[in-house]
Design a protein around this ligand. Structure first.
Ligand SMILES: [Zn+2]
Length: 147
């Protein structure tokens, strides 16, 4: 059986909420996910957060041209050299964008701060995400990962 993990990350890869905000967010989430393990992680460096086996084609966020796996991997390698501190690049379709802004159809992103909820079927409502964004003082991106 495959395992699903709900991941929530700030839209700004470098953003790490203050501890006091994290405590509030954890209280808030543990009321929603009562039987699940809500885990907060702060990494030393920005990392790519993907959807596991759920990975689907990546599109240019400007013109929707598919970014080939090779092109994407090359840009990832380059950005990795800089610890993902600079995610901007020019696509082969000549658009200036960022690895974080590409249209990941299965949803993905870059983050230093990651909330994960193991094995849940519960979806957060728009209202709950707004509330969580208010608590953490950041816009958030929700990623469903399958392993
Ligand atoms: Zn493009």
């Amino acid at each position: 059986m495959s395992e699903s993990i709900l991941k929530i990350i700030p839209t700004n890869p470098d953003y790490v909420p203050a501890t006091v905000l994290q405590v509030q967010a954890k209280d808030f989430l543990e009321k929603i996910f009562t039987n699940n393990n809500v885990d907060f992680q702060t990494l030393a460096e920005v990392e790519f957060v993907d959807a596991g086996e759920n990975f689907e084609p990546i599109l240019c966020n400007v013109c929707s041209t598919e970014i080939s796996a090779d092109e994407w991997q090359d840009q990832m390698d380059e950005a990795f050299q800089k610890q993902f501190s600079d995610l901007s690049f020019q696509t082969s379709c000549k658009h200036h964008t960022s690895l974080n802004d590409l249209n990941y159809q299965s949803s993905a992103g870059f983050a230093k701060f990651i909330i994960s909820v193991a094995d849940t079927q519960i979806e957060l409502s728009k209202g709950e995400i707004l509330e969580l964004e208010k608590i953490l003082k950041t816009y958030l991106r929700v990623i469903w990962a399958f392993y």
